[in-house]
Design a protein around this ligand. Structure first.
Ligand code: ADP
Ligand code: MG
Length: 402
């Protein structure tokens, strides 16, 4: 992949595909982590006299195109304002994605100035499965610029026009964030310092079974918590009460356990769990053996003995990859497992990587500083697909010669 340092950018309009898809509450940004993570590339391009035209998606507009945007999805307005605050530079937001106003903003940019296109998903062609539809939008986007920089790591697993099709049309390079993320993922897959411990949690095993199957070929230990633990426990015939379970995944989970045994990868399941009377913040709860959840209870967190067990398995790790909260951390009563495991991971001297939107939100919510971890990925889906061994379309497009 070409680095931005090797791309001619001075005096040119550079279309920067970033991932500024931040969580919003109304028009308020609740976590600007992704905007901050995009700053190194933006600053570097500005410093070299590029005319930076930023393109991003935000949320999931349902509307069929720009005209319906009022009911369809969020404007990038709050993001442009936040970016202006963070850079100290004006950021002009076009009223459209690749229409007349985008052309006006692009033409008005001076060297070292910043502009932004409206939410690229206002254009239904952005996410179209039809190659010709995407190509038409890609051509309109490419016509705005003289070069392309791909820095939207969180979108690289998408075969979308602005991610996959535009780089083929312009001289292109990978931004600093993409390079940093990919470098970490390479360390996780190519020659991880050992022992390599993977911690997996979150809601559904069906989202993550493929990554478990792949990781058990490289990791030394896999610790399983979160909602997915119950499908593993069920596969062993345990009593899981009304806990989250995916019945149709039980056979496949059994296969994963068997594959782990064959390769000698240790899969560590919880020994205790916090069993609640219902799925709510104020549900009554008690700690029980993980495989003996009463029929009328549901497990919403790992228990304290499991936190100690997992901390013990993590101590001395050379590499840790963590994806997925250990419990329903959104409810303070069921956040202790996630907090305990986060603390144990933060104490590891080796490389620690946190992936997953909810996992990153959880550690910030629980009061950990980003600096307590080696790397917090901005892309959950993209990092998981990379670790599954899949080729990310956006990455392939950036790797192609230009
Ligand atoms: P990430 O975004 O980090 O990849 P996921 O999206 O897979 O994580 O899962 C996060 C969600 O999993 C959280 O909203 C959390 O409440 C939920 N979760 C964790 N443990 C449980 C559980 N025991 N039962 C139900 N949901 C759970
Ligand atoms: Mg999630």
């Amino acid at each position: 992949m070409r680095a931005i340092a090797d791309l001619e950018v001075g005096g040119r309009v550079v279309l920067l595909r970033a991932d500024l898809n931040v969580p919003l509450s109304g028009s308020e940004i609740t976590d600007d982590g992704r905007i901050r993570a995009s700053l190194p590339t933006i600053t570097s391009l500005i410093g070299r006299g590029a005319r930076v035209l930023i393109c991003s998606h935000l949320g999931r507009p349902k509307g069929e195109g720009y005209d319906e945007r009022a009911g369809g999805g969020p404007s990038l307005g709050p993001v442009a304002s936040r970016l202006a605050e963070l850079t100290g530079l004006p950021v002009e937001l076009a009223a459209d994605v690749a229409g007349p106003d985008a052309a006006r903003v692009a033409a008005g940019l001076g060297d070292g100035q910043l502009g932004m296109l409206e939410n690229v998903r206002f254009e239904p062609a952005e996410t179209s499965k039809d190659d010709a539809e995407r190509a038409a939008l890609a051509a309109r986007l490419a016509a705005l610029a003289g070069a392309y920089v791909g820095d939207g790591f969180g979108a690289l697993h998408r075969r979308h026009a602005s991610v996959f099709d535009v780089p083929a049309l312009l001289p292109h390079a990978a931004g600093e964030l993409v390079r940093a993320e990919v470098e970490v993922l390479r360390q996780l897959t190519e020659s991880p310092a050992r022992p390599y411990v993977v911690v997996l949690g979150g809601a559904k095993i069906s989202d993550k079974l493929a990554v478990v199957a792949n990781l058990l070929q490289v990791a030394d230990k896999i610790l399983i918590g979160g909602g997915m633990m119950f499908t593993f426990l069920a596969a062993q015939g345990a009593r899981i009460g009304r806990s989250l379970v995916e019945q149709d995944m039980i056979a496949e989970v059994g296969g994963v356990l068997e594959a782990a045994r064959e390769r000698g990868t240790e899969i560590v399941l919880p020994v205790d769990a916090v069993a609640a009377t219902g799925f709510s913040a104020d549900a009554g709860s008690q700690v029980v053996r993980a495989g003996e959840i009463p029929d009328d209870r549901m497990g919403l967190d790992i228990g304290p003995e499991t936190v100690t067990l997992f901390a013990d398995k993590l101590a001395g790790a050379g590499t840790v990859f963590w994806n997925g909260p250990m419990g329903v951390f959104e409810f303070p009563a069921f956040a202790a497992g996630t907090a305990g495991v986060a603390k144990a991971i933060a104490a590891v001297d080796g490389l620690t990587v946190v992936g997953g939107g909810d996992s990153a939100a959880a550690i910030r919510r629980l009061g950990f500083a980003d600096s307590e971890f080696g790397h917090i990925s901005t892309g959950g889906g993209a990092s998981l697909e990379y670790l599954e061994g899949k080729r990310l379309p956006g990455l392939a497009a950036l790797e192609a010669a230009s």
